[in-house]
Structure formats: C-alpha cells, structure tokens
Design a protein around this ligand. Structure first.
Ligand SMILES: [Zn+2]
Ligand SMILES: [Zn+2]
Length: 423
C-alpha cells in the first residue's frame, strides 16, 4: 500500500515535473515567436521605409497644347449597325441603312456585320456589296469581331485585312494586339458588360461602347467599367452604337418576329458625335481615337459639348478628349447643349470626377450653358465627364426609342489632367 502511495506520489511528482517542462517549452516557444514577430515587424517597417513605387504619380513632362477648338466640324453617326450580311438581321440591306441614315442627317456610318457569319471575309461581303457606297454619308470600313471571348468593333478609314484579325481571335492577347497594331485599325469594346462582353485586354483598344442601343438603362455596368478604366489611367473614348439588326419590312409578307425593333431601335439610337478636323473617314476615326466625342439619345437630341478654361482668361482652351498638365490654379468648366433643346425643358447635368459624383447642376432656357470651377491636383490624374438628363427629343422615324432612352439626353467624354501619354 505504502509502496503504491509512493508510486502515486512519484507519479504525481512526475506529472508536475512534466507540466513544468511543458510550461518551460511553451514559454520558450512564446519567446521565440515574440522574437520572430519582432524581427518580422521590423523587417516590414524596413521594407516600407526603403520602398519606392516606380509607378507612383510623378510630375509629367510638358504635354502638347490641345488642338484648335474651332478648326473642325461636328459630325454625327452610328458606329454599330448590322446589315443583311449578318445572318440574324432582317429587312436591312445596305442600301436601306444608308438611305435612312441620309434622311435623318447622319454624316458617318459603320456597318459592323458579324465577321464569323462570313468566316472573317468581310471584304467580300459587306464591303463588296454593290450598295456599299454613298455620296453624302461617310462609310467606315468596319466589322463586328465576333469571337468566343466576346465582341469588339474594328473601324478603319480604308480597307484592311480583317481576315487576319478574325484568324487570330483565339490567340493570346499579346499576339492579337500585335496583329491589331500591324493592321492600323481602331478597335473598340462592344457592349462591355453582360453577354458577349469584350473579354480581351483593354490595353489594345481605343474606345468602349458605353451606350449600346436605345435601351439606356442596361448600360449602367458599361459606364462603371469605363470609369474603372479611366480611373486607372487609360485614356479611353466612350462611344455609342445602336446595334440595330432589323429594318422596316417593305411589305407585310416580309415581316419577321423582330421587325417591331425597327421602330424602337434603329440607326442613331444613340448617335455618336465627333469633332473632326475634316469631313473625311480618317478625321472621324482620329476624333474617335482622340476622344473629341459625345453621345446623344438620337440624331435630333441636343449635343453635349464640354470645355475648360485653364488660364482664366475667359476663353475656353480645351474640350472633351483633351489632356493638359494641371497648373494648381482653378479651372473653369463649361457644359453646353447645342441644337434642338426642348423649349422650357429643364436639363440636369451630373458631373463625375474620377469616377465619383462631383456635383449636379440644373439649367433651363434658350441658351443652355452651365459652368463650374474646380482645381485639379498637380500630381496624379484627374478627369471630369458629364451626363445630361432632361426631356426626350422626338425621333419621329424611330418613335419607340424615346420610351427606351427615357430622360437620358447625352454623355460627354472626359476632360483629362495629367494623363501620361506614354502610359
Ligand atoms: Zn455584339
Ligand atoms: Zn452587334
């Protein structure tokens, strides 16, 4: 019994010894962890102190002055229309599209048929159509690049080898980008959110379709993507495109299940305006690339113009699409609605600065101009753009479009400060 007790005591002693050992080991581990944590913390602190981000905003070299604000012409067009050369199109031959465009005052047009419907051979279909000609409407050489990774529009002032762009569609972006560059075309992301969104790098495009079709409300995500791209330093033009596929049938027998669309979404819903240096296809594409562009709900809706006076001499020095170095002094901005405004209609102008709401202004009357002042930062990028809402403008040829675009009147492109041209 005693022996047992001894054993028990011995056992107890052993247990408490083991506990002490465990405590000692545990406190040693804690100490080691503490040392490691201290070393790690001081390591992080050291790295932060010594780290210089080579991409951080810095003073830019001088930028070229903006181009003339008066030496040019405003031209309006539609940059996304399908003709009979797209398989799902109905009652929409090239001749009908062009004559309609002419009748509503459209100056330029991109007929963008699905290239996959002709295995990439757009040159021997849309562009070779005997009716692909006009004495008044500037016709771009264009196609909708229709790929597994989504859709984009290719625009050119002259014929180019579209087959090469079609053939390379499933390759890596670095290969696609090289071919696109060799072709010398303007590439644009189509309907960038939702089905068939542009699933390629935004670094190889010049513009983005921020307003697709008369249905304005479905473009909210496209606008969000645009602001994200702008905020991250990409100077990317926002443009419109009706994406119209269907024309009005000539006879009731030609009616298709989609014919109703012709009265709600057709050429000009929306209309893209460009300030071109000349009335040529090349000048239209250059303006599109440079961003001297705004978008209106239809060809008769007022045009949004957006200017800035950077040296406070009372004279505007730059317009949307232009990029200057910020001086640190206040800039006066002017938003102007040109053309047919609705008499006594009240227009609401929402100003967006770097992707966030900046202010909201209201205007009414015959001369629709509003001005605001702000001081862009001297280091780092700033951009401003505006959206205008107000009474819809009647588009008699496409009467159903007004209900779809609602109060959305027009969108400007941004005015840029400190955007690196070598980005
Ligand atoms: Zn598409
Ligand atoms: Zn399309």
């Amino acid at each position: 019994m005693k022996a047992k007790l001894d054993l028990k005591r011995k056992g107890n002693f052993n247990i408490s010894l083991a506990n002490r050992k465990i405590r000692t080991i545990a406190s040693s581990i804690c100490f080691v962890l503490l040392v490691i944590a201290t070393v790690c913390t001081s390591g992080v602190a050291l790295a932060q102190t010594g780290h210089v981000n080579p991409w951080a905003p810095a003073e830019l070299a001088p930028l070229p002055p903006p181009a003339s604000l008066t030496n040019g012409v405003w031209l309006k067009g539609d940059l996304h229309v399908h003709s009979r050369h797209s398989k799902e199109s109905s009652n929409n031959p090239v001749a009908k599209i062009i004559s309609f465009s002419k009748s509503v005052g459209i100056n330029f047009l991109a007929i963008t048929d699905h290239d996959n419907h002709v295995d990439g051979d757009v040159a021997h279909h849309t562009w070779a159509d005997p009716d692909f000609k006009s004495d008044s409407v500037l016709l771009l050489y264009a196609a909708e690049w229709t790929t597994t990774r989504g859709h984009g529009n290719a625009f050119s002032a002259r014929p180019y080898d579209h087959q090469r762009l079609y053939d390379v569609r499933d390759q890596r972006d670095v290969v696609v980008g090289a071919v696109k560059k060799e072709l010398g075309i303007h590439l644009s992301a189509n309907h960038p959110s939702g089905k068939d969104h542009f699933g390629y790098s935004y670094d190889m495009i010049e513009s983005i379709e921020v307003w697709n079709s008369a249905v304005w409300s479905k473009n909210a995500n496209a606008i969000m993507i645009w602001d994200d791209m702008l905020s991250s330093g990409r100077k990317l033009t926002g443009r419109g495109g009706s994406d119209a596929h269907h024309g009005t049938p000539e006879t009731p027998a030609q009616e298709t299940k989609n014919s109703y669309q012709a009265k709600a979404n057709y050429v000009g819903t929306p209309t893209t305006w460009v300030f071109a240096t000349a009335r040529t296809t090349q000048a239209v594409i250059d303006a599109l690339t440079n961003g001297r562009v705004s978008i209106s709900a239809n060809p008769y809706a007022p045009r949004v113009e957006f200017y800035a006076d950077i040296n406070q001499d009372g004279k505007m020095d730059m317009m949307m699409g232009d990029n200057v170095k910020a001086t640190g002094k206040p800039v006066k901005f002017r938003v102007q609605l040109s053309g047919n405004t609705v008499p006594d209609g009240e227009y609401t102008i929402s100003i967006v600065k770097n992707g966030d709401p900046f202010s909201t202004l209201k205007t009414t009357g015959k001369i629709l101009i509003v001005e605001f002042i702000d001081t862009p930062a001297t280091i780092g990028r700033t951009y401003y753009r505006v959206a205008v809402e107000g009474p819809p403008t009647v588009y008699p040829q496409v009467p159903g479009s007004m209900a779809l675009s609602g109060n959305m009147v027009g969108l400007s492109n941004p005015i840029y400060f400190n955007f690196d041209p070598n980005f």
